[in-house]
Design a protein around this ligand. Structure first.
Ligand SMILES: [Zn+2]
Length: 301
């Protein structure tokens, strides 16, 4: 499908209602391929990937957005990340047997955390909400109500091949103070919001996963005046690197690293997100723990 791996924005003309539709295929399969998740965990991770791309669409940020679901249940951690250029990755951690159930059940009444970090790490914003209702969509609706005071509805779906999501959001009515004060304008916006949410609620997971963007939006909103924006590509990309892995090993400590090398000949750190193996032998380890040149005293010429 040509609509693969993209995020599309649309808005309802002359109203404060906007929407985003995301479809992940290669991106989702790349995140899923090295894992053997039980279906309930796999689908939860796929939905979280789609939700993260939708969140990234609605927010203005320059850096990285992280969505985490944590709990005491068998699915105790689910992490998805998206950069401002829509490069994504995601991983789930499972312990013990996972029985089919709602996300709240499999995570043990988990909580949802949304973190936005700027690229230069100077600013960090975090919001936490309990995982209420049936799934991530309900939890994120709560997040938008609490953190952004924006009425928001989400629909998410995933299987082993595709992940997709639709988000509708109502911004404060009108762009000017006079429009905001006009009860007729406010009532019209409210009516449109209720109508498009009811239309979107008719969407089935199979439609969300299997029907192309334009056809899907046409099926739902063909009686509305909708403006579509050009879709933006989404991709899988892991931020792991030799340098970052080296920092992890430095944090682990010289003695521990040398002990592993003495035993196995090298230290291998495998990235949970992309399954890439970073190897360090004794020469590499020597470099890791050597005092850096810039840390020494500086001589003036
Ligand atoms: Zn990686």
């Amino acid at each position: 499908m040509s609509d693969s791996d993209q995020l599309r924005k649309f808005l309802f003309e002359h109203s404060p209602v906007r929407g985003y539709l995301v479809r992940l295929d290669v991106t989702w399969r790349a995140a899923n391929e090295h894992h053997d998740y039980p279906p309930v965990v796999r689908d939860a991770l796929g939905e979280a990937m789609a939700a993260t791309a939708l969140l990234a669409g609605t927010m203005k940020f320059d850096g990285r957005l992280t969505l985490q679901v944590q709990g005491e249940g068998p699915l105790h951690l689910l992490v998805t990340q998206c950069t401002d250029s829509l490069a994504m990755r995601g991983v789930a951690r499972v312990r013990g047997e996972v029985q089919p159930g709602t996300l709240a059940e499999v995570t043990g009444d988990g909580r949802v955390t949304v973190t936005v970090e700027s690229a230069d790490q100077d600013t960090r914003y975090q919001g936490v909400v309990p995982l209420i209702g049936n799934g991530l969509a309900d939890g994120l609706q709560e997040y938008f109500e609490r953190s952004e005071q924006l009425p928001t509805r989400l629909w998410l779906a995933a299987d082993g091949e595709h992940a997709a999501g639709l988000l509708l959001q109502k911004l404060p009515s009108g762009s000017s103070a006079s429009a905001e004060d006009d009860p007729r304008v406010r009532a019209e916006a409210e009516e449109l919001w209720n109508r498009v949410c009811l239309l979107a609620a008719t969407l089935t997971p199979a439609e969300l996963l299997g029907v192309g963007d334009e056809e899907l939006l046409h099926r739902l909103f063909h009686e509305e005046d909708v403006r579509y924006f050009d879709p933006v590509p989404v991709s899988f990309r892991c931020a792991c690197s030799r340098e970052r892995t080296g920092s992890l090993l430095r944090a682990l400590g010289r003695a521990e690293v040398e002990e592993i090398i003495a035993q196995d000949g090298e230290v291998t750190v495998t990235c949970e997100f992309c399954n890439r193996a970073w190897r360090f032998d004794s020469v590499d380890a020597g470099g890791l723990f050597a005092p850096a040149a810039h840390e020494g005293p500086r001589l003036l010429h």
